[in-house]
Design a protein around this ligand. Structure first.
Ligand code: PEP
Ligand code: MG
Length: 826
């Protein structure tokens, strides 16, 4: 094809530039069809479509590798025009490339052309550098006597089976690195898979094996240094060589056909999970993450250890310096990172790996990635999301080790940042003033990224799936976080509508904030308390600034989730007191630990359960572990003195559970000589909703946890993406239970609140008020707007809406009725 020729040494990729894969040259393409530069047989077309190998008529092999790191595109942008086994003449088309699509995602478009197994051949390029047109002569090969290959065949044979953890299998670059590693030993090493084998020193033969992620291969080594060679190669492969992705325990039974990920087209809408509220119009900016170059081979344990120590010291100093300048939130994150760097167990494992012969870079990577994988495998998404912190630190130390510093990429004005996942330090380093939204393929709604996005007022959608990574740079996007959607190149009408929404939203928010200090009341004067849900001390001040009249749910388990040992009474009392004080006299409802189910805590191990959502969870754990319950109750009781504190019990299903709790609480209060604060019950099980009157008769208030009430009513696991679409708290089945709860509370003269997600959903607010709810505890960022909405409502109208939606057949119908109602009020 037409293009600009340059020597291999100029290819910005070590494996190609160093000649590890073989001699040859590179072409910066000026076309979109790669044609055969010589006649021969196609011996392989890579599954990802980016590489074709020909066996030339003269016997040697030629690899055409389009772009750098293009194997990661999984086929997107490549249409092979030939198959393995096909004969081609010089000039025949081999591969069609969607250059724009590839350019948006690949490190480079440059195409190395490599002669492999060319021992005995002499390659003379026709030109070193310059413009060439299709059909021009690139160079000449002469000779052709195969070089004598002498390999030690004596010695014991060693063999080992392993699974390949490289995300894209053993493609060109890792094959080249393996070949280089193998050449350092006096041994012949072969790789076997599916009845075929290849010498590990031949990257082209390795490519033909088509070893993919998770495949089991067998390495066989023979020769004087067979054992050492095998150990080094296995360690290299197991390290993931910079492309690690965990391999699941069970081998896949059925292998699905590999489908090239389709690049999203204009008009496509990608669905994810909201991580921070808002809506934005912008242009796609897929973030490219610079990669440090890792020393693969150890220079000796002592040297590696001292280099590692130096890098560690430098990184600690860096983090400390950064923390001294950052916001309170950034400081908290950096402090967590610093603590990780002090983790003796972690550091000991790195030292052991170096002592066993790994380089500092490989040892650190192996330990940190294993740690991150272990976190990711935990059922609680909060832990899984912390894996991002570990990977972040891993990279930062690698940069220290290789002596370079990554340059923070500069986003263009109005960018919607797209990434697989975002690490806290990357977000902190970016100039977010130019960014209007964040969209990630992975991640969870409570990750640090979500926290930072929310604190900057940026909409963010996570878990959009791999498809988001194929969006072309510069594509027009609408990021609708509230709709949990990313719209690709929407039409002009939609853009105009969103512009209207953004302007209206800004106006609404400003007006809501201006009135945030006022009491929550409907237009007819009905008092509706608008509270905020808190998970840590730092949430309290922003909640108050947004107009929170108190805290309707302090998730105490979140205060101590990352603890290895149970927090003691003093520690708990201090936290609760500090949070109450940060609310400046406003009421604080402290929920007893809600551990179990989807929220395990390391310091309170619960035996594995068949069905944890229905097992030992919430108050049931407290009653099964009276020591834990009593410690927490004493801490709350101590913090309650002179403060407006109430206690709330999670996951109550039966009146007996409430009575048992009251007995313990009463005894602790008497022992401490303090008055027992109001004690309320969370209505999260259908049983509690149905028995609300009986519960209300014996407690001070009811607060509906709509997240759990919805999952238990609809029998849909709140963490299972397969049923996520149906998991709507506005389902009439849930609403009927909410109505029954409100009737039960009213019958006993007790107030009923909502502290689940429905309290932050504007469509739900008039319905909840109409059904009898008098306290709404929302996400802190939503408080001002929920208060403003409450002010616009009239109780009688809400009651009519409440009666109407109880007769609806589906959540969709309820949402339509509520939208029409709110539209009519506006
Ligand atoms: C709920 O279930 O609605 C609730 C508020 O509790 P959590 O989300 O913490 O389970
Ligand atoms: Mg709950």
């Amino acid at each position: 094809m037409d293009g600009w020729i340059c020597p291999l040494a100029q290819v910005p990729d070590e494996a190609f530039a160093s000649g590890l894969l073989g001699a040859g040259l590179a072409l910066d393409p000026l076309g979109d069809v790669v044609c055969a530069p010589a006649a021969g047989e196609v011996i392989s077309v890579h599954a990802a479509g980016h590489a074709v190998t020909l066996r030339l008529a003269e016997g040697l092999e030629l690899l055409l590798h389009f772009g750098l790191e293009t194997v990661r595109l999984g086929g997107a942008g490549f249409t092979p025009l030939v198959q393995a086994g096909q004969q081609v003449a010089s000039g025949d088309p081999l591969l069609r490339v969607d250059v724009n699509a590839v350019a948006a995602r690949a490190k480079s478009l440059i195409m190395p052309m490599i002669l492999i197994e060319a021992q005995g051949w002499d390659w003379q390029p026709a030109l070193e550098q310059g413009l060439v047109a299709k059909g021009d002569v690139l160079g000449r090969l002469s000779g052709g006597m195969a070089a004598e290959v002498s390999l030690e065949s004596a010695g014991l044979v060693f063999a080992q089976e392993l699974r390949v953890p490289l995300a894209h299998g053993l493609h060109a670059r890792p094959s080249a690195k393996l070949a280089a590693c193998a050449r350092e030993f006096e041994a012949r090493v072969t790789v076997q898979i599916r009845g075929q084998s290849a010498a590990i020193t031949s990257p082209s033969a390795m490519l033909r094996l088509g070893v993919g992620h998770g495949d089991t291969i067998e390495l066989t080594a023979q020769g004087a240094q067979a054992e050492q060679a095998l150990a080094a190669l296995v360690a290299l492969i197991e390290s993931g060589m910079g492309e690690y992705r965990a391999v699941s325990e069970a081998a896949p039974v059925v292998t699905a056909p590999v489908m090239a990920a389709k690049a999203p087209q204009a008009g496509d809408v990608l669905r994810g999970v909201m991580a921070a509220t808002g809506i934005a119009i912008g242009r796609a900016w897929p973030m490219q993450r610079p990669e440090p170059s890792l020393a693969q081979v150890s220079a000796g344990a002592v040297v590696e250890q001292s280099q590692f120590d130096a890098a560690l010291t430098a990184l600690r100093a860096d983090l400390a310096a950064q923390a001294s300048q950052g916001s309170a939130q950034q400081q908290a994150i950096l402090a967590a990172h610093l603590a990780l760097l002090e983790d003796e167990d972690l550091l000991a494992r790195v030292r052991d790996a170096m002592a066993e012969g790994a380089s500092a870079a490989m040892a650190w990577r192996k330990v940190m990635w294993a740690e991150a994988e272990a976190l990711r495998a935990l059922p609680d998404p909060r832990f899984a999301e912390r894996a991002g912190d570990l990977l972040d630190l891993e990279l930062r130390l690698q940069w220290q080790l290789c002596g370079g510093q990554p340059e923070a990429p500069v986003p263009p004005e109005g960018a919607i940042l797209i990434a697989e996942d975002l690490m806290p330090s990357e977000v902190a380093a970016l100039d977010l003033t130019r960014v209007v939204g964040l969209a990630t393929a992975k991640g969870g709604p409570t990750s640090h990224v979500a926290i930072i996005a929310a604190s900057r007022g940026l909409p963010a959608v996570v878990a959009l799936g791999e498809g988001v990574l194929s969006i072309e740079q510069g594509a027009d996007l609408v990021l609708d976080a509230d709709g949990a959607a990313l719209e690709v190149a929407p039409d002009g009408l939609r853009i105009a509508a969103v512009e209207g929404l953004i302007a209206a939203r800004a106006k609404r928010r400003a007006a809501a904030l201006a009135m945030a200090g006022e009491e929550g009341r409907t237009s007819d004067g009905t008092r509706i308390e608008v509270f905020a849900n808190l998970g840590k001390l730092g949430d309290a001040a922003p909640a108050v600034a947004n107009g929170a009249e108190g805290c309707g749910l302090l998730r105490t388990e979140f205060l101590f989730l990352d603890r290895q040992s149970a927090p003691d009474e003093d520690e708990q009392a201090a936290q609760y007191g500090a949070i109450a004080d940060a609310l400046e006299g406003r009421p604080l409802i402290i929920r007893l630990l809600d551990i179990g189910g989807d929220k395990p805590a390391p310091y309170l191990p619960i035996a594995p359960e068949e069905n944890p959502a229905m097992g030992l969870r919430g108050l049931r754990v407290g009653l099964a572990r009276p020591d834990v319950l009593s410690t927490q109750l004493r801490a709350i009781l101590r913090a309650s003195v002179g403060r407006k504190v109430k206690i709330m019990a999670p996951m109550v299903a039966r009146v007996e559970e409430l009575r048992a709790l009251q007995a313990v609480a009463q005894a602790e209060a008497e022992a401490l000589g303090v008055a027992l604060p109001d004690l309320g019950v969370m209505v999260e099980t259908p049983a509690a909703a149905v028995m609300a009157d009986a519960l209300a008769a014996e407690c001070a208030f009811l607060s509906i946890g709509t997240n759990d009430l919805t999952q238990y009513t609809l029998a849909m696991d709140r963490g299972n993406p397969a049923v996520a679409a149906g998991l709507d708290g506005l389902d009439p089945a849930v609403l009927r239970l909410i109505a029954q709860t409100c009737r039960g509370g009213a019958a006993q003269g007790k107030w009923v609140g909502v502290c689940g997600g429905l309290a932050s959903d504007p469509l739900a607010v008039p319905i909840l008020i109409g059904l009898g709810v008098r306290e709404l505890s929302a996400a802190p960022a939503m408080v001002a707007e929920i208060k403003a909405l409450v002010r616009s409502l009239n109780l009688a109208d809400c009651e009519a809406l409440g009666a109407q939606v109880l007769q609806a057949a589906s959540a969709g119908d309820v949402r339509r009725l509520a939208a029409a109602f709110i539209g009519g009020q506006a």
